[in-house]
Design a protein around this ligand. Structure first.
Ligand SMILES: O=P(O)(O)OC[C@@]1(O)O[C@H](CO)[C@@H](O)[C@@H]1O
Length: 98
């Protein structure tokens, strides 16, 4: 964003909170990478981390998912629950501005 949309970044940097809604935006925020589930949301954000306060609200519709305890993911997987893709589970993620 720093290179592609510096004006937008400057504007968002002055915001008290920027809310991203939906699976596709979550995938864009986290680079659409199949991170280990216990990767922090902060790490997955990469260069956007700390630029402005980010709240992401997402129902899970794709494999990418971060900020989850491995034990919880393992238990859901063991039960055969399609928690990553069914749209029946959701993630609320927050990263403050630094
Ligand atoms: O969760 P929602 O708001 O109904 O869908 C969010 C969404 O980003 O997820 C899909 C991509 O996985 C898109 O088709 C859709 O726009």
């Amino acid at each position: 964003m720093r290179d592609e949309a510096p004006n937008l970044l400057a504007k968002l940097s002055k915001s008290s909170l920027v809310i991203f809604k939906g699976d596709l935006n979550y995938r864009k925020l986290t680079g659409d990478v199949k991170w280990p589930v216990n990767t922090t949301f902060s790490e997955a954000l990469g260069p956007l981390r700390g630029s402005f306060p980010i709240l992401s609200l997402r129902t899970n519709k794709a494999d990418v998912a971060v900020g989850i305890a491995e034990k919880i993911a393992r238990e859901l997987d063991k039960e055969g629950i399609a928690w990553r893709t069914s749209g029946k589970y959701a993630l609320i993620s927050f990263e403050p501005q630094t």
